[in-house]
Design a protein. Structure first.
Length: 633
């Protein structure tokens, strides 16, 4: 199955999106079932998909009147996990002989940090079952809800007639050019000219605008200003992103800009500042909440009494329950109205834009951050609520995560932003001045991905840590007999010898700078590998290193995906692949390498076997570029 040409009709395009999404759904569901049946609890724990055993804490009704249960993991607390707001989970028991049995109900994550979760439970019987279990575990479950929401959105788009959604569908997916108003330009002297032009393009757009932000060009700063200026013209906007982390980041920046944000859903990074603008925390802080809480408590007590078969006075009880429910509903409506009326920005994930709290609400403008990482179907969930849409991101960086190779190859990986950047170039504003990297680190990425259009701001053009130090090094392992090993579909590959060599070079570079200087100037380091197995091995080696121990708080190791949106003074990259066939696997997705090499501010060090990697023209070009830099020194 091959991707279809852009000239297909909007109806045919949506039909194809439904087909590809169905392929992805079936594939991911089958993979989940296979892993559940074949992967033991210990392996799931190591992969961050499971906590076992968990300590079961208190249960209570939260401010949204949901019955929740607290659980805490008691082992393996240093393993990163994938639990976050909105994800479905199941509880299980494991017998002495290793047999796993699952409880016949699902729960949903309301809140999660490194060691503790709050789960929305389906009822008190489920809570009692878990509390009575000996050493229960909790495991991520297949997310039917997100897929169902995306299928519903595509169906709504397909059948839209005579409304704004139909107009946006036909414009975004058809050949019609987007419209723009003529407005007097807003002057924003604290932005650079391309950022200012992007904000003004957003303000003039009638239908769609795209803020294309390559690494370090201030995409978030520009988007925040575009939202701020839009709110001079509209009372409220909807701001979404694919992930909770991305929603948190843009929400925090908007709060810093002085805007009132109402965050639907709970943040992934939990602190008082982040929690303060969540719907749940705002709901609890409302002056009418104490009365509502007291009514809910009385309702639960009366309902419990009504279930007793010997209870007399049932008619009076029914009347009392009816009055209390009416009052509770009136208070909830009042609190909701106050919270939404006082918010400039409603923020949620794309799937979260289908939350019951947003039913019936429409927005003049929808902003989608990190739009190049979002499936098209997910974007339509939110677009249904808006009259126009602004997409921000970079389709030359990480694509959406897609499990089914056939669906990805057939076009599911191609995002709405990528499509519009190609078919509606008049809607695109490219940010061209970057404030992160030494010019030598930037130039290769600029030439390969952005037609050489990026320029380094003078403040960062020559930034570095050591005198007489080349900004980029490639440490070639050819001839050292380092070989990769395959360790499973999820973890990919590992090259322990290369990782050990990386640690030695990192230790030597730290020694050259000096630990005292690193600590005084807070010079930070990142270690990146495309493969999770290599990352985990490197983390272990970092913990063992006496040289790195004093600066461990300034050192992070993660996958390319884990470093998206981040930056460090020094970046080391372990490419892992070393084989006689020249196979590089998903290192062939060059957008991943664009992310990896553009995380570094001052120094970039790449480790890899040139004999394997340089058979690919991109890596041959990168190696040649680095060699020319060294020759020019």
């Amino acid at each position: 199955m091959k991707p279809q040409a852009d000239i297909q009709s909007p109806a045919a395009h949506i039909e194809r999106q439904q087909l590809l999404l169905r392929m992805e759904y079936e594939y991911e569901k089958a993979e989940f079932q296979r892993q559940t049946e074949t992967m033991g609890v210990a392996r799931q724990v190591k992969r961050g998909l499971c906590w076992w055993p968990v300590g079961v804490g208190r249960n209570y009704y939260n401010s949204l009147n949901q019955l929740v249960l607290e659980v805490e993991r008691t082992r393996d607390t240093d393993i990163e996990h994938s639990f976050e707001f909105g994800r479905p989970v199941v509880f299980f028991r494991q017998s002495a002989d290793g047999q796993v049995s699952y409880y016949p109900f699902q729960a949903t994550v309301s809140y999660a940090d490194d060691t503790r979760m709050v789960l929305v439970m389906p009822g008190m019987n489920a809570v009692l079952d878990v509390q009575g279990a000996d050493a229960p575990g909790v495991q991520l479950f297949f997310d039917e809800t997100s897929y169902r929401t995306m299928f519903e959105a595509l169906a709504d788009v397909a059948r839209a007639r005579g409304n704004r959604l139909a107009e946006l569908r036909d414009l975004l997916l058809g050949t019609q050019k987007p419209g723009f108003r003529q407005l007097y330009p807003v002057r924003l002297p604290w932005l650079n000219p391309t950022q200012e032009a992007a904000v003004n393009r957003v303000l003039c757009a009638r239908d769609v605008a795209i803020v294309h932000g390559p690494p370090g060009t201030g995409k978030t700063t520009t988007l925040v200003e575009a939202i701020y200026e839009t709110l001079h013209r509209e009372p409220q906007v909807l701001v979404c992103a694919q992930s909770n982390t991305a929603v948190d980041w843009i929400s925090e920046r908007l709060v810093d800009r002085g805007l009132s944000v109402l965050r639907i859903g709970n943040p992934t990074r939990v602190d008082d500042k982040m929690l303060s603008f969540t719907y749940e925390r705002r709901f609890e802080a409302h002056p009418a909440y104490p009365e509502l809480w007291a009514i809910r408590r009385e309702l639960r007590a009366l309902q419990s009494r009504a279930r007793r078969p010997d209870y007399a006075g049932r008619e009076a009880l029914r009347n009392r329950l009816s009055r209390l429910r009416d009052r509770a509903t009136a208070l909830e409506v009042q609190i909701n109205a106050d919270l939404f009326d006082s918010a400039h920005v409603i923020a949620s994930t794309l799937v979260g834009a289908n939350h019951r709290l947003l039913h019936g609400r429409r927005f003049g403008t929808l902003f989608i951050d990190e739009a190049a990482q979002a499936l098209e179907a997910a974007c339509w969930i939110a677009i249904r609520r808006a009259d126009r849409v602004v997409l921000a991101g970079d389709h030359q960086q990480l694509p959406p995560t897609i499990k089914c190779p056939e669906a990805a190859r057939s076009g599911l990986e191609r995002t709405l932003m990528q499509r519009l950047a190609q078919t509606k170039p008049e809607a695109v504003s490219l940010l061209r001045v970057q404030y992160r990297m030494n010019e030598a680190i930037m130039q290769f990425s600029s030439r390969r991905f952005y037609n050489g259009m990026l320029q380094a701001d003078p403040s960062v053009r020559h930034r570095g840590i050591l005198d007489l130090d080349t900004p980029i090094d490639w440490i070639d392992t050819t001839g050292l007999d380092f070989k990769e090993q395959f360790v499973g579909d999820t973890f990919g590959r590992i090259n322990r010898d290369e990782a050990d060599l990386l640690i030695r070079h990192l230790e030597a570079y730290v020694a050259r700078i000096g630990t005292d200087r690193i600590l005084d100037e807070r010079i930070d380091f990142g270690i990146i590998s495309p493969y999770r197995a290599q990352v985990q091995y490197l983390r272990g080696r970092i913990r063992q290193s006496a040289v790195l121990r004093p600066i461990r708080d300034l050192l992070a190791a993660n996958t390319v995906d884990g470093f998206q949106g981040q930056e460090r003074d020094v970046i080391f990259i372990s490419l892992v692949r070393a084989n006689d066939q020249g196979q590089i696997g998903f290192l062939g997705d060059l957008r991943r390498m664009n992310v990896a090499i553009t995380r570094a501010r001052m120094k970039l060090v790449i480790l890899g076997e040139a004999a394997t990697l340089a058979r690919h023209p991109f890596y041959a070009d990168l190696l040649a570029y680095i060699r020319r830099l060294h020759e020019a020194e």
